[in-house]
Design a protein around this ligand. Structure first.
Ligand SMILES: [Fe+2]
Ligand SMILES: [Fe+2]
Length: 385
């Protein structure tokens, strides 16, 4: 709430400083009758002592006083940022030009001549109280403004923080859904619990040594597990068939690449855009004999070339319903043999270079227990019936 100058005038506190008790008390009485809060002091020293407690808006002070005169008092108050806005009226003799000049240079705001005329005293107080009002108003306004800016900045900072948390939660949720979706697709025909995690980490390890930046590595990490999402569209009779597939069945099986790409197509999310390409091309071969398009060499997207080697290595080194896992050495030999035919030779070289890292990922995501899966359940049911 702000006061108008008129209202403020009534709340003004005035300190009257004079060593002449008659002048001091008569000025004090007049001002009290006007409704001001008044305090008195005998000299500048006492005025300073009373200042902190009384906090006057205006000081009316005599010029000559024992202990500390009016000019010194004026200088001290006007040199202190805390008290600089106090209005100071210096009482001087009539036509005492020298004292007035001294008073002005000490920072006095106004002058009263002896003998003091009551109407003049009231008029001077009124005009100084207005000045004091505007000083205080501006000071208060600036303070409020600063506080408001500080408050808004804090609000903005908090909102920004909340937004960051919400965004990271959304990202975490999206990535978890991607992982679970990939798991759902693999669950139908793979019984290797951590297959998608291993593939994902193998891909990141290869990508790191290929010099991919962090953003690309993150995309690869979350897109590669979706490579076989298209298996969701392959009939159980083919996907879960225990024996070898016929030529026709194999052609249908190959469609999981196209189905996967269709499931993921049209997304604006960079993870899913990359996953679409990986799903479509992870069975392409470096020499052009893969499917579905028979792409050759670097025409096959890099992420698909990386995922291909990670996926094959993991498939070879884990138990399958129809065969036991190969040893790491045998699996590596197969990959070596396929260098330049199935796999990108540069990626094979990197794979061998980071062999230890690959093996520690394999160890970290070891499948401790077998997860019951549809293939096994189906076999069990058919045995019982
Ligand atoms: Fe596949
Ligand atoms: Fe796979």
């Amino acid at each position: 709430m702000f006061f108008t100058p008129e209202k403020f005038e009534r709340l003004i506190k005035i300190l009257v400083v004079d060593d002449d008790v008659i002048i001091r008390e008569s000025i004090s009485e007049i001002l009290k009758e006007e409704g001001y809060a008044v305090e008195t002091a005998e000299n500048g020293k006492e005025a300073l002592e009373k200042f902190d407690k009384f906090k006057p808006d205006i000081i009316i002070t005599d010029f000559v006083m024992p202990e500390m005169d009016g000019i010194t008092l004026c200088k001290i108050l006007k040199n202190n940022p805390e008290t600089i806005d106090t209005g100071i009226i210096l009482i001087t003799g009539v036509n005492d030009l020298e004292t007035r000049i001294k008073g002005l240079s000490a920072g006095a705001d106004d002058f009263l001549s002896k003998p003091i005329m009551i109407p003049e005293l009231k008029a001077r107080i009124r005009s100084l109280s207005k000045v004091k009002f505007y000083h205080d108003f501006l000071k208060d306004y600036q303070k409020r403004l600063e506080e408001e800016v500080e408050r808004k900045s804090a609000q903005l900072l908090k909102a920004n923080l909340e937004l960051q948390i919400a965004l990271s939660e959304i990202k975490e949720l999206s990535l978890e859904i991607i992982f679970r979706l990939a798991k759902a697709a693999e669950y139908r025909d793979e019984h290797t619990g951590y297959h998608i995690q291993r593939v994902s980490h193998y891909c990141v390890a290869i990508g790191t040594h290929l010099g991919l930046d962090n953003e690309a590595l993150e995309v690869l990490k979350y897109a590669s597990p979706l490579h076989d999402i298209g298996k969701l569209g392959i009939p159980d009779a083919i996907l879960l068939k225990p024996g070898a597939l016929t030529k026709e069945e194999w052609e249908i099986m190959k469609l999981h690449t196209i189905i996967g790409a269709q499931i993921l197509s049209g997304s604006k999310i960079r993870y899913l855009k990359a996953a679409e390409k990986i799903a479509l091309y992870h069975h392409e071969k470096w020499d052009g004999t893969g499917y579905p398009e028979g792409l050759k060499g670097e025409k096959i997207p890099l992420f698909a070339r990386i995922t291909a080697i990670a996926d094959v290595f993991d498939a070879l080194t884990t138990d399958r319903p129809y065969r036991k896992a190969l040893s790491v050495e045998d699996a590596l030999q197969i990959i070596k043999n396929e260098r330049g035919s199935h796999f990108d030779p540069q990626i094979v070289d990197i794979f061998f270079k980071i062999k230890e890292e690959i093996l520690s990922i394999k160890e970290l995501f070891k499948d401790e227990t077998e997860i019951p899966h549809l293939f096994k359940l189906k076999n069990l049911l058919s045995q019982k019936s």
